[in-house]
Ligand binder design. Structure first.
Ligand code: AOF
Ligand code: ZN
Length: 400
């Protein structure tokens, strides 16, 4: 039989940032060369059809090319947004190193990736399962994956990352081992976590992963004095910002932005029909305009009268409790300042438009900059060209 080797490689651009947090440069994994076929289940969990090419793989762990198969498991999650659940892919490989089935978790209430992969096969005795997340050992909305794995006769499970959810946190691995299933740590946790940074952040910290987005002129103005800001960044950069929205559970703005711009806060991309982020409005003392378009989208209204750091931390904790694992903050200047002062910005994304204000209009942060000692250290993660503009991804604060 001809040998077909998985041809994708691990994305080395994923890097851990400060506090050993998951990487920030989140590149959406593409589906790679695995295609779906009728042989097993006929259709992938998210509805893709095609041919599941069978491939032999190299042998780093006794017949299984762990890096390549883990990459396949990660790639299978491409386009899924199962939050607040994790993005999980599972691949079953035969003792000869042939990929037999791939399973993906598509959201709360749907079967977990391991069960999806197992369901498409008959006997899997002696096979290896490569799964991006530690299998669960609890009855949640769905039954424990450990039971399904143990009952199936799978011989070995190679785990991408431990599940930090307190319902699991090592108990899945322990249960499998106690039942005689060999469990191997892939050593790829940082890459796996980079495929779903907000899940791991949310479970570890009890907070959503906060991305602050700023679009400004080269000289740091987000709008002119009259409030006009439409042409600061190019259509390409604005499209990129919509991709950013699509990757977040929620998009947040202050009430001022609602009053001035009346935004919908939706993802608007050609042909896009997937997850829409939940709108969040940070509201002060004033009422929101009754006709605001965002009100038709079931926004979460956060009452934040004091604008203090403690208030902001409590608000974010409450959003996390409402299953929001990630928030993209798009304005305004007071919220941006409060978040930075409170040390609550995990990722800073700045689009620098190819434009120069050459004067003071509106700055991205409210308040004054009184002393150079007040400046924060920035760790630049990446600089990209987007059309005529520049996109900078950074973290605020010293890496530790
Ligand atoms: C896995 N494989 O594919 C997923 C896991 O109550 P549920 O059924 O929605 O389960 C959610 C929890 O189960 C979630 O918090 C996480 O700990 C784990 N998710 N585990 O073995 C999967 N999605
Ligand atoms: Zn599970």
């Amino acid at each position: 039989m001809p040998t077909l080797v998985l041809s994708f490689s691990l994305h080395t651009s994923f890097r851990a940032g400060c506090n050993s947090r998951p990487a920030v440069k989140v590149r959406e994994p593409q589906l790679g060369p695995i295609r779906w076929n009728s042989g097993a289940d006929g259709e992938s969990p998210d509805g893709r059809k095609g041919t599941l090419m069978r491939r032999a793989v190299d042998n780093p762990v006794d017949g299984v090319a762990v890096d390549d198969v883990m990459r396949a498991a990660l790639d299978a999650t491409s386009g899924t947004h199962p939050h607040p659940n994790p993005r999980v892919g599972a691949v079953i490989v035969s003792p000869a190193g042939v990929v037999r089935a791939v399973g993906v978790h598509i959201g709360p209430g749907h079967p977990h990736a391991e069960r999806v992969a197992l369901a498409s096969l008959g006997s899997v005795a002696g096979d290896t399962m490569v799964v991006t997340l530690e299998p669960c050992n609890h009855q949640g909305r769905t039954p424990p994956c450990t039971d399904a794995i143990i009952d199936s006769g799978i011989r070995r499970v190679i785990v991408g990352a431990r599940d930090p959810d307190t319902k699991v946190s090592g108990r899945g691995i322990a249960r499998l081992r106690s039942a005689g299933v060999e469990v191997i740590d892939s050593g790829l946790a940082s890459i796996v976590e980079a495929n779903d940074p907000s899940y791991y952040h949310h479970r570890r910290t009890g907070l959503p992963l906060v991305t602050l987005k700023i679009a400004m002129t080269l000289d740091g103005q987000i709008a002119a004095r009259d409030g006009s800001s439409q042409w600061i960044t190019s259509p390409e950069a604005r499209e990129d910002a919509h991709v950013l929205r699509s990757r977040n559970d929620a998009v947040a703005v202050g009430a001022g932005t609602i009053r001035e711009d009346d935004p919908l806060l939706t993802v608007r991309l050609d042909g896009y029909d997937r997850h829409q982020p939940r709108p969040i409005v940070f509201k002060g003392h004033k009422d929101l305009p009754t006709g605001a378009r965002v009100l038709a989208r079931d926004p979460i209204i956060v009452e934040s009268h004091s604008g203090s750091s403690t208030d902001m931390a409590a608000s974010l904790r409450s959003l996390a409790d409402q299953d929001i694992t990630s928030v993209l903050v798009e304005g305004g200047a007071t919220i941006a300042r409060t978040l930075v002062d409170a040390g609550l910005v995990d990722v800073l994304i700045v689009y620098i438009g190819a434009s120069l204000a050459a004067g003071a209009g509106l700055a991205p942060f409210a308040g004054s900059f009184d002393s150079i000692d007040d400046a924060r250290t920035i760790v630049f993660q990446s600089v990209e060209r987007i059309g005529p503009d520049i996109k900078i991804t950074a973290q605020i604060g010293d890496p530790s």
